[in-house]
Unconditional design. Structure first.
Length: 40
């Protein structure tokens, strides 16, 4: 989820829908994180 509060802290909130687990990921790390998640 992108929101002002998270972006002010340089974070993006990622929620895995199957488990409902949420994580805060730094904006500079989000692309690598998503690629790793897709690859499994």
């Amino acid at each position: 989820m992108l929101g002002d509060r998270n972006l002010d802290n340089d974070d993006i909130e990622y929620k895995y829908r199957r488990s409902g687990e949420k994580q805060l990921i730094k904006t500079g790390d989000i692309v690598n994180y998503l690629v790793q998640q897709i690859k499994g």
